[in-house]
Design a protein around this ligand. Structure first.
Ligand code: FAD
Ligand code: UDP
Length: 363
C-alpha cells in the first residue's frame, strides 16, 4: 500500500514525490514514457551532444525558494539565453529592444529616445483583450506583423486575436539594449543535465518508480491512499465534458559535422519556413565538440500534448474538470497538463511545493 500514487515523472511529479518522501510517505511515481524528467528530459545523442528531447528548456526564475530547492540536486551552468529573430532578411535581437529597431530601420535611437519611437507607432487607447492587443499597444501594427503575427499563427494554429493576452505578454518590449531572452535573477541549466538532476531528486528510499506504465492500465493493480495526477485533466475523466485542446510540436533533430551552426542559442522564424524556431543545444549547455546538434520545431494540433491553449472557452471547459476533481477525496491535479496552465518549469516547481505544503497542513 502506497501513501501516494503520483502519475507523471516531470517536475510536478518528481518535486512532489521528493517532498512527500521526506515527510516519511511511501510514494510510487508512474510514467507512461520510458524515462523520467517529463518534458524536461535530456540525453546524449549519437555524437555525444546533450540534447533536450522535447525542445529547448532554459531554467529561469525570480524565486529564491525554487532555485535553492533545485540546487539541492544539481550544480548549474550559468547560461543566459539569447534569441535572434529572422525578419526582413536580417537577424535581429528578440525581444524587441533599441538595437532591434535600429537594425531594422537604420535609425539611431538610444535608450533615452526609443520611447519617442514606440509612442509614435503604438496603438494607444485600445483595451487589451487578446494576444494581438498586448503587442500593438506597445509597438504598433508593423512590428506586430513582423515579429508576432506569423510566429503566433504557426505556433498555435490560430490568430493572436483568438488567444489570451498572457501568451504574448511573456515577451517584453525593451527600451534598453538588453538582448537576453529572460531577465530573471536566477538563470541556468543543470550542469550535468536535467535528467541527472531528476535522478538525484528521485534518489530516496521512500520513492519507487515505474516507467512504461500508463495510469489508465495500472490504476486497478495498485493500492494507494492518495493520488497526485499530472497528466491531462480531460483524459482522467474519459473526456466526459469534451476534449481539451493541447498544442503539440514535432521536433526535427539534425546533427552536423561542424562546430557551430548559428550565432546564438535560438533563432526564431516568424515569417519564413514551416518551423517556428531552430535551437542549437551547445550554446545552452556550453558543451565543446567538433559536431553540433540542432532542433527545428514544427507546431501541430495532433500528437503528444505539450501546451494548453490559453483561450476563454478552453479555460471554461477546464474548470468543469477541475470542479469534478475537487469533488474527489484525496485526488490532486498538478502541472502544466493537470492544471491546464501555460506554466514555466519554475512555476510548476512552486506549485508542487505549495501543494505539498497544503497537504501537510491538512494532515
Ligand atoms: P510534464 O513534464 O509534461 O510531465 C508530465 C508527465 O506525465 C509526462 O512525462 C507524461 O508522460 C506523464 N503522463 C501523462 N499522462 C500519463 C498517464 N496516463 N500515465 C502515466 N504517465 C502519464 N519551461 C521553462 O521554464 N523554460 C523553458 O525554456 C521551457 N521550454 C519549453 C519548450 C517546449 C517545447 C515545451 C513543450 C515546454 C517548455 N517549458 C519550458 C515548459 C516545461 O516543459 C513545463 O513547465 C514542465 O515540463 C511541466 O512539468 P510537468 O511535470 O507539469 O509536466
Ligand atoms: N512569440 C512571437 N514571436 C516570437 C516569440 C514569441 O510571436 O518571436 C509569441 C508566440 O505567440 C509564442 C509566445 O509569444 O507562443 C510565447 O513565446 P515563448 O518564447 O515564451 O514560447 P515557448 O518558449 O513557451 O514556446
Amino acid at each position: 500500500m502506497f501513501d501516494y500514487l503520483i502519475v507523471g515523472c516531470g517536475f510536478s511529479g518528481a518535486v512532489s514525490a521528493r517532498l512527500l518522501a521526506e515527510e516519511g510517505k511511501k510514494v510510487l511515481v508512474v510514467d507512461k514514457r520510458n524515462h523520467i524528467g517529463g518534458n524536461s528530459y535530456d540525453y546524449y545523442d549519437k555524437k555525444g551532444i546533450l540534447v533536450h528531447k522535447y525542445g529547448p528548456h532554459i531554467f529561469h526564475t525570480n524565486s529564491k525558494k525554487v532555485w535553492e530547492f533545485l540546487s539541492r540536486f544539481t550544480k548549474w551552468y550559468l547560461y543566459q539565453h539569447k534569441v535572434l529573430s529572422y525578419v526582413d532578411g536580417k537577424l535581429v535581437p528578440m525581444p524587441i529592444n533599441v538595437d532591434t529597431v535600429n537594425e531594422l530601420y537604420g535609425t539611431n535611437y538610444t535608450s533615452d529616445t526609443i520611447i519617442d519611437f514606440f509612442d509614435k507607432v503604438r496603438n494607444k487607447n485600445i483595451e487589451v483583450n487578446n494576444a494581438k492587443d498586448m503587442v500593438i499597444t506597445k509597438v504598433g501594427e508593423e512590428l506586430y506583423k513582423k515579429f508576432f503575427e506569423g510566429y503566433t499563427k504557426k505556433q498555435w494554429g490560430i490568430m493572436p486575436e483568438e488567444l489570451e493576452k498572457e501568451v504574448t505578454a511573456r515577451i517584453p518590449i525593451r527600451t534598453n539594449r538588453d538582448d537576453r531572452y529572460f531577465t530573471n535573477v536566477y538563470q541556468g541549466l543543470p550542469l550535468y543535465g536535467y535528467t541527472n538532476m531528476f535522478e538525484n531528486m528521485l534518489e530516496h528510499e521512500n520513492i519507487h518508480i515505474m516507467l512504461n506504465s500508463d495510469y489508465r492500465f495500472i490504476k486497478n493493480e495498485i493500492s494507494y491512499k492518495n493520488l497526485i495526477y499530472t497528466g491531462c485533466a480531460d483524459e482522467f475523466f474519459d473526456y466526459k465534458f469534451g476534449k481539451l485542446p493541447y498544442r503539440s510540436i514535432n521536433f526535427e533533430f539534425e546533427t552536423l559535422n561542424e562546430e557551430c551552426y548559428q550565432r546564438v542559442g535560438t533563432i526564431n522564424y516568424p515569417n519564413d519556413y514551416d518551423f517556428t524556431r531552430i535551437t542549437e543545444f551547445k550554446h545552452l549547455t556550453g558543451q565543446k565538440s567538433l559536431s553540433t546538434t540542432i532542433v527545428r520545431e514544427y507546431s501541430s494540433a495532433e500528437g503528444e500534448p505539450y501546451y494548453p491553449v490559453p483561450r476563454k472557452e478552453n479555460e471554461k471547459l477546464y474548470l468543469k474538470y477541475k470542479k469534478e476533481s475537487e469533488a474527489l477525496e484525496n485526488v490532486y491535479f498538478l502541472g502544466r497538463l493537470g492544471q491546464y496552465r501555460y506554466m514555466n518549469m519554475d512555476v510548476v516547481v512552486d506549485e508542487a511545493i505549495k501543494l505539498v505544503d497544503r497537504i501537510k497542513e491538512k494532515n
